[in-house]
Design a protein. Structure first.
Length: 101
């Protein structure tokens, strides 16, 4: 079933899209091409196909258990920092005043 220019105009009005006559003609062609691309899906025989309620079905978490591990040593963490102060990173101030905080 092809869409007429009146159909496309009604869709555009519903979507509050203003189309002049040239745009209306171009959009009618475009929308009919889009509908035609769906025809193979419309033609599929799906009466015997059981619905899929969840696309990944019985997928389970395959990640390891969350167990405590030794963290990064402070000296290693601060080693490549642009600026440090004692046991902390020094970063540019984001609340004004300039400089490093």
């Amino acid at each position: 079933m092809a869409l007429s220019q009146e159909d496309v105009r009604a869709i555009a009005d519903y979507a509050r899209i203003g189309l002049d006559e040239e745009e209306l003609r171009a959009m009618t062609v475009y929308m009919n091409e889009a509908v035609a691309m769906l025809q193979p899906i419309i033609d599929l025989e799906v009466e015997e196909v059981e619905p899929t309620f969840h696309p990944i079905g019985s997928l389970v978490n395959v990640m390891r258990a969350d167990e405590p591990r030794e963290g990064l040593r402070l000296d290693d963490a601060l080693e490549n920092a642009h600026a440090t102060e004692g046991r902390s990173f020094r970063v540019p101030s984001i609340l004004g005043g300039g400089g490093l905080s």
